[in-house]
Design a protein around this ligand. Sequence first.
Ligand SMILES: Cc1cc2nc3c(=O)[nH]c(=O)nc-3n(C[C@H](O)[C@H](O)[C@H](O)COP(=O)(O)OP(=O)(O)OC[C@H]3O[C@@H](n4cnc5c(N)ncnc54)[C@H](O)[C@@H]3O)c2cc1C
Length: 405
Amino acid sequence: MSKIAIIGSGIAGLVAARISKLQGHHVTLFEKQASPGMGAHGFDLQIDGHQILGDLPSRMFNRELWPNVTELYDELNIEYETVSASQRFFDRASGRSFSFALPLDWKAKLNAAIGAQSPPMLSSLSRLQQQAAKDLANGIVAGTFSDYLRQHGFGDEFLREFLFPALSATVCTCSDQAIGNYPASILLDAMQKIASRDGLWRVSNGSSAVVASLIQSVDELRCSTNVTSVIEDTGAVNVSFEGVDQIFDRVIVATQANHVANLCPNLPDSIQTVMGGFEYEDVSVIVHTDQQFMPEHERNWSVFNFETSHSGSMCTVWLNRFHTQWPPVSPIFQTIKPFENPSLGSIICSANLQRPVVTSSSQELWQSLTEINQRESQIKFCGSYAVPGIPLLESAVVSAQQVTR
Ligand SMILES: Cc1cc2nc3c(=O)[nH]c(=O)nc-3n(C[C@H](O)[C@H](O)[C@H](O)COP(=O)(O)OP(=O)(O)OC[C@H]3O[C@@H](n4cnc5c(N)ncnc54)[C@H](O)[C@@H]3O)c2cc1C
């Protein structure tokens, strides 16, 4: 039995812990936050006489884009449910708005949406999906997302008021500019898979249910423990925290890539350069009760309410409709990338998170990281940033599976 330390308890660290335990190792999991990272920002609230549990951020998945996550949840008997796809888009500059509620089988319906009766944004989306399906199948998608859209004549209104916000304020949570710089093949492929027959799902009992199940694999859980250094020496690894040194046979670093330089100061410059090459953007998420973030009349509220301005986009999720199992309580919202703060007294909780962004340099970084993880060393690296694709739960799970092989 080897002694394994895992630094970071996002889903990557938790899955690495599960696999290591199944392989018969003794697992110690370090997390600098007060509770396991995957659910660290969730909230537990008494409102209108009910206890409400919610996630921050609220995360979605489906079988097509997240096959390994779905398989894991099935293995763990984690219940999940469909998320309503009702969406509203409002542009502050032009005052334009439109809403739609795509049916579950929205891929099929979208293919029929080119008719004169359908909203222009949906017609454009349908045209894009059909063009992309052909180009991906023929392997001829290259360049950035912006390049591809320009090449195929998609207008500014469609991009700025609909497509970019739909991606930047939910699935990728980054700036609209970063969406334009994504490799086209990654976003177009993801869009095909998100439009699956089953729609999008969420874990019925939230991230805490996933954490509770995965944490059972951990022999020693050390929360509120900021690991300050991980140094390999003669075939073992020294982990330092709070003035304590502990020796392990192997360490899996499941933190964000931009924490690695401080954490592993003895790594060669070539590895530090690769880890430092992964780019991140800040993402603010606030859970609140401020109805100013919603359309004026409740009849116009959707589950996902996007708002755009010249400086970017934000999305306010109507959590009462997102969580179908909540009892009937007053409206609660989660705003991703808010333009301004909700009113004083309306904030329930908030977090400033970071999300990796994918650029034209990412492919080379992913290749280099694979080689780093294959080198003769007792320190391995995993996380959502570490494998090709949008940094999601899926990439975090896949990277954890790869480093524990
Ligand atoms: C607003 C938002 C919405 C999202 N929506 C979705 C979605 O719908 N679907 C989806 O699939 N994904 C979504 N994601 C992405 C998803 O949440 C991440 O890809 C995933 O959680 C990353 O997991 P991870 O384990 O790689 O990293 P993290 O969750 O970042 O875990 C790293 C952990 O390491 C800990 N750590 C760092 N340094 C140290 C140290 N020195 N000592 C101890 N611990 C340390 C950190 O505290 C953290 O808990 C969303 C992200 C955001 C920000």
